[in-house]
Design a protein around this ligand. Structure first.
Ligand code: CO
Length: 174
């Protein structure tokens, strides 16, 4: 089921998400909804808070660049164990439509996470997928990528962000 994506500047995007401790079957439905919502919006990753669930969970398309993407990976309580290198490239966020800016992040990450059954895994990612994991973990900590944009560039962003704030006020139900 498609779920509405929480949009900037919704205050929920500043929330710190809670660890997942109970791995019940309801999470499977949540993971499926998040994967569907992410793909429908053309994203590679999505954090649970972006559909209003403040838990440390994300979905990611590991095979985003292949014709058969397969199933999206659901990651619970992801934690970065090691980071290596750096890369500055353009980044966007489904919660901040049409805003893309260059952000510096580690090129490679080693991450541990739990799967839908609570089983622990360790994986290594590079490039866009490493960026995606770091971006979604930031969401779990109430951080948005625009906060990582250098101040000089943020001035140019301000106009776009002000427009999003204006739209948000106009669409919030009373
Ligand atoms: Co995002």
């Amino acid at each position: 089921m498609l779920r509405p994506i929480v949009l900037y500047p919704d205050p929920r995007l500043k929330m710190k998400s809670k660890p997942v401790t109970e791995f019940n079957p309801g999470l499977m439905e949540l993971a499926a909804d998040m994967a569907e919502t992410m793909r429908n919006a053309g994203g590679v990753g999505l954090a649970a808070i972006q559909i209003g669930e403040p838990i440390r969970m994300m979905v990611m398309d590991e095979h985003y660049d292949q014709e058969d993407k397969g199933e999206s990976l659901a990651m619970f309580n992801p934690e970065v164990l090691e980071e290596e290198g750096s890369e500055t490239t353009e980044e966007g966020c489904l919660s901040i439509p049409d805003v893309r800016e260059e952000v510096e992040r580690s090129f490679k990450v080693k991450v541990k996470y739990q799967d839908l059954e609570g089983k622990e895994h360790t994986s290594e990612y590079e490039g866009l997928l490493a960026r995606c994991v770091l971006h979604e973990i930031d969401h779990m900590n109430g951080q948005l990528f625009i906060q990582k944009v250098p101040a000089v560039k943020r001035l140019f962003l301000k106009k776009q962000l002000d427009q999003l704030k204006k739209n948000f006020k106009e669409t919030v139900p009373l």
